[in-house]
Design a protein around this ligand. Structure first.
Ligand SMILES: [Zn+2]
Ligand SMILES: [Zn+2]
Length: 293
């Protein structure tokens, strides 16, 4: 199963698709863990602020699991989690029939009796992984909507026995109430080359420094490459690895040995009479080579 076809915990939380009940301390602990595992979504750069995209901490919008306590069951709710000291349980709600009266089938899909509370983090991590990897719903590669996996074959939804054309497959299939554009397994931050899944494309970016005013450097995220939203997880990983290998920055200054991002240093080769890939920071360029800004 391709991971990009499976809803993530974050995408479910963002759309009120999870309901949680049970012991409040356990719910709080799970809320904290999910928050921690959402790190890659923590600082998405905003790419249109004053023409210098930057890491906007205030733009962080990760819904908390604790906001889903005792959420009433609706068509939106796909998973119910029950956290009791003596039992962790996950139920899946597969909805059907949108026109007449909404119906759903509920199935227990994950049960741990007597969870090991002395290693709570481990137990909760296993629960998180279960939901994050669970294949009860899939994003149809034809209509791009979320459907019950039992209505899918070959990554597309529909009745294959009755229809010949792939576009017709999807027509009669019930679609779950879910916006699949929230499923993001490609964004990553905290690396040399980071990835951000935007609304229009997947952006690869590196930290850079701009000088809007001579003495006021501004850190920003420079887009160095893009891929269409249809790129697979493997394609994203492959390109990120390639770009990462190509990056010259961050690099240590030849003189002071401190690390600098692009925009904070120059090629040493322009100051010396030997071949070199080393860099020199602006401070050392002034100090050692008399560069004046
Ligand atoms: Zn479909
Ligand atoms: Zn230096």
């Amino acid at each position: 199963m391709k991971m990009e076809l499976i809803p993530t915990v974050q995408s479910l939380l963002k759309q009120d698709a999870i309901r949680v009940e049970g012991d409040i301390a356990l719910i709080e602990a799970f809320t904290k863990l999910i928050d921690l595992l959402s790190f890659q979504y923590e600082h998405p750069p905003v790419f249109d602020f004053n023409s210098y995209p930057f890491l906007d901490h205030s733009a962080r919008k990760i819904p908390l699991l604790s906001d889903s306590i005792n959420r009433p069951l609706s068509q939106q709710v796909l998973y119910s989690i029950s956290l009791q000291p003596e039992r962790f349980e996950v139920l899946v709600h597969i909805h059907s029939d949108s026109t007449a009266k909404p119906e759903y089938t509920t199935k227990p899909v994950y049960t741990v009796r007597k969870p090991n509370l002395s290693n709570l983090n481990h137990a909760l991590h296993a629960l998180y992984d279960y939901i994050d990897d669970s294949t009860h719903f899939l994003i149809c590669q034809n209509c791009k909507q979320l459907v019950a996996a039992e209505l899918c074959s070959d990554n597309s939804c529909g009745d294959f026995a009755k229809t010949k054309h792939s576009a017709q497959h999807c027509e009669s299939t019930y679609k779950q109430v879910f916006d699949t554009s929230f499923v993001d397994r490609v964004s990553i931050t905290g690396e040399v080359v980071n990835v951000f899944k935007g609304e229009d494309e997947i952006k690869f970016y590196a930290s850079s420094t701009a000088w809007p005013h001579p003495h006021e450097p501004q850190c920003y995220s420079r887009v160095i490459e893009t891929l269409p939203l249809t790129a697979t997880l493997d394609e994203v990983h492959a390109l990120r690895d390639k770009l990462e290998a190509e990056q010259k920055y961050p690099a240590p200054c030849f003189h002071c040995k401190e690390e600098f991002d692009e925009g904070e240093a120059m090629d040493l080769a322009s100051f010396v009479d030997f071949d070199t890939d080393e860099i020199v920071c602006y401070g050392c360029a002034s100090l050692h080579y008399g560069v004046v800004y």
